[in-house]
Design a protein around this ligand. Structure first.
Ligand code: COA
Length: 330
């Protein structure tokens, strides 16, 4: 379908009620508020209530996004859920979300795992499917219950992550020059071991030994991930700008993946774009993986940080190691 724009019609987000502060974490593992704040910029994170599922958080964010778009679940014919923490390994959590939300059975529903780059991957996928002319309204959700896969005895990881959900409703517009300008996705598959859950998959199904060793929890080589993250995000941002003949200073707002304030600051320096042009909420959420960009997007829109005509850059990286950047004009 030529000459149509794929646009964001509404956004919504949800964070569980319980907030876990750095001080509370310091009572659980050998860490301190000072260490967490200076190394990561995180002050607190939200943690799902007992019995609160990934699908529940997703439904809460999706309802807000649909309301914002002035649409109903009946209007959705494409549902893409970016997550690494589905309710169950099989089936896709998108099907549970479809059912709980009341999205019609003719809607295509699938999960997408690109870890922390998941929302950017899902956004690009949705835009491509909408551009085909075969779908009218896409609901794209980034959601994580990372508290379920974090080892609460491992201070090198448990201080960094949080739970939450963000959603965007996308559609098509006859107006030229708005919506998705372009995107750049990629991955460094030679680095899968840097950030992974070692066991519990089909190669090493869960055993009593793997559980005793904690191999069903998330493991990360933080220092290595940090270096690749900065390089990959900077390159993806530069590539997409160059491809579309834009300068960094033409970007109204960068919405980066919220993993670590120091990573965001490094990208700001390398792109020579002041921190005021970056939306930051890692201090309040920690790293919510697939949910981080859509939560930030929803907050930024509702805080008036995005105006019609503005260009927004989304840029992310995550386990895989995946990376992605996308440019949107509003
Ligand atoms: N509290 C106190 N000390 C801690 C700690 C914690 N929570 N976690 C680690 N430490 C210790 C380490 O054991 C190490 O001690 P040592 O020097 O005696 O060995 C010291 O602090 C420094 O650890 P290091 O890993 O070098 O810290 P860092 O400055 O690299 O910061 C991260 C660690 C994890 C915050 C940082 O590497 C990072 O953000 N990496 C990227 C992570 C990421 O974004 N992942 C998500 C990808 S989507």
């Amino acid at each position: 379908m030529a000459n149509v724009s794929t646009v964001i019609l509404g956004t919504g987000s949800y964070a569980p009620e319980k907030i876990l502060t750095n001080a509370e974490l310091a009572a659980m593992v050998d860490t301190s508020d000072e260490w967490i704040r200076t190394r990561s910029g995180i002050r607190e994170r939200h943690i799902a209530a007992p019995g609160e599922a990934t699908s529940d958080m997703a439904v809460a964010a999706a309802k807000r996004a649909l309301e914002d778009a002035k649409l109903t679940p009946a209007d959705v014919d494409l549902l893409i859920v970016a997550t690494v923490t589905p309710d169950q390994t099989v089936p896709a959590v998108s099907c549970s979300i479809q059912h709980k939300l009341g999205v019609p059975t003719h809607a295509a529903c699938f999960d997408l795992n690109a870890a922390c780059s998941g929302f950017v991957y899902a956004l690009d996928t949705a835009c491509a499917m909408l551009s085909s002319g075969r779908y009218r309204h896409a609901l794209v959700i980034g959601v994580e219950k990372l508290s379920a896969i974090v080892d609460w005895k491992d201070r090198t990881t448990c201080v960094l992550f949080g739970d939450g959900a963000g959603a965007a409703v996308l559609g098509i517009s006859p107006q030229a020059g708005i919506g998705l300008i372009g995107s750049k996705l990629g991955a460094y598959g030679d680095s899968v071991d840097l950030l992974c859950i070692p066991k519990g998959g089909s190669t090493h199904p869960t055993t009593a030994e793997s559980i005793a060793a904690g191999d069903h929890f998330l493991k990360m080589k933080g220092k290595e991930v940090f270096k690749i993250a900065v390089r990959a995000m900077e390159e993806a941002a530069r590539d997409i700008l160059e491809q579309h003949h834009l300068r960094a200073d033409q970007i109204g707002l960068v919405i980066p993946h919220q993993a670590n304030l120091r990573i965001i600051e490094a990208i700001s320096q390398y792109l020579e774009l002041p921190m005021e042009r970056f939306y930051v909420n890692v201090d309040r959420y920690g790293n919510t993986s697939s949910a981080s960009i859509p939560i930030a997007l929803d907050e930024a829109r509702k805080a008036g940080r995005i105006k019609p005509g503005d260009i927004t850059l989304f840029v992310a990286f995550g386990a895989g190691l995946t990376y992605g950047a996308a440019l949107f004009r509003w």
